[in-house]
Design a protein around this ligand. Structure first.
Ligand SMILES: [Zn+2]
Ligand SMILES: [Zn+2]
Length: 344
């Protein structure tokens, strides 16, 4: 039996009797990060990084949570488990599993560039590496974060001059917090959708510093938004909720925006290819640095990446999982919020 098996409930360590990011309820779940496709409800206990816990609690409610720091090793039924920064979002981790000298690393979702919030991705040596492949095509080749931030700030200034509000579409967990690293430099007030507000509160309550924002609420006068900044989760751009910001321009922040057609398809005024995932080169670099003899490729462009690795002499196989593009968390809460703020 391999140390980690791919089962219908998720990635399973039989010796340690735990799962990593299971998609069905289990007794013991180790969670790489708080996105909805990796952290699902119903398990009896969860182990995650200290910074991930407030976000898990926000999404999954009260549960048995055990937290560890990065590099801290815990023994689970004789199997050594430790978490290492994955650079994907606040508190995101790779899971290192070791038993009888054999080491597996399950990377969850990861990003190589240090964004200043998510922890610096740490290459961890292992025999077997499980990698995502969300942007596993050579066309995905990110610009450095500071360049994208400059484009974002320039766009806001342009909108301000044209008398328009800048509405950013960004995931409430991850992208929204990253935007707050550059937007305060414009000096303009920042308003956020309730879903982003809730994440912001959970993160700052746990002691993680983030800049101050205002919540979009039904009693905010419409003029307060004019020429300023709004951050909203995906889906909001196609809803009546956004009408209160007229006149506005929509900017979508997502790795998918690197492909121009996607900006048009989403009816956006601007697209910023700011991603929380590794690009093609990043994936290859991460895989190489693990020194792994065997690589399993999960969600994304599995077949492209696995084939490429095999051709370059790294044994690789595709694995089917239920991980996927992060669907926006709290979609119910988002709908409710929009209903409330529309009743004005
Ligand atoms: Zn994720
Ligand atoms: Zn994922």
């Amino acid at each position: 039996m391999p140390l980690i098996e791919f089962t219908d409930k998720g990635l399973y360590c039989r010796t340690g009797q735990f799962y990593i990011d299971p998609w069905k309820p289990v007794d013991k779940a180790i969670i790489t990060h708080a996105h909805s496709d990796h952290a699902r409800p119903g398990s009896k206990s969860y182990l995650c990084h200290t910074q991930c816990e407030p976000l898990l609690r926000l999404r999954l409610g009260d549960n048995r949570y055990q937290t560890v720091e990065w590099e801290e090793s815990v023994l689970i039924n004789g199997v050594a488990v430790s978490l290492h920064p994955a650079g994907h979002m606040i508190g995101s981790s790779q899971v290192r599993v070791e038993c009888n000298g054999e080491v597996w690393v399950i990377s969850g979702d990861y990003k190589i560039e240090d964004d200043g919030l998510s922890g610096k991705f740490e290459p961890v040596r292992c025999n077997t590496f499980v990698t995502e492949s969300t942007f596993g095509l050579p066309v995905y080749n990110w610009k450095p974060q500071h360049e994208i931030f400059q484009n974002i700030k320039d766009w806001v200034c342009k909108n301000k001059e044209a008398g328009k509000t800048s509405v950013f579409i960004a995931y409430s967990l991850g992208k929204a917090q990253r935007l707050l690293q550059c937007l305060p430099e414009t000096g303009l007030p920042i308003f956020v959708h309730g879903a982003i507000w809730n994440a912001h509160e959970a993160i700052t309550r746990s002691g993680f510093p983030l800049p101050a924002v205002n919540r979009v609420s039904y009693d905010t006068p419409k003029e307060s938004y004019l020429g300023n900044i709004v951050i909203a989760p995906s889906g909001a751009e196609a809803s009546p909720w956004i009408k209160k910001f007229v006149p506005y321009a929509v900017g979508i922040c997502s790795g998918w925006m690197q492909v121009r057609g996607n900006v048009r398809r989403r009816n956006a005024d601007a697209g910023f290819a700011l991603s929380d995932h590794a690009d093609w080169k990043g994936l290859l670099q991460a895989i190489k640095e693990t020194g792994a003899q065997k690589v399993f490729v999960t969600h994304g462009f599995q077949s492209v990446l696995a084939r490429y690795l095999n051709e370059t002499g790294i044994e690789a196989a595709e694995v089917k999982t239920e991980f996927g593009n992060e669907i926006e968390e709290n979609s119910e809460a988002i709908a409710k919020e929009q209903e409330q703020t529309n009743n004005q």
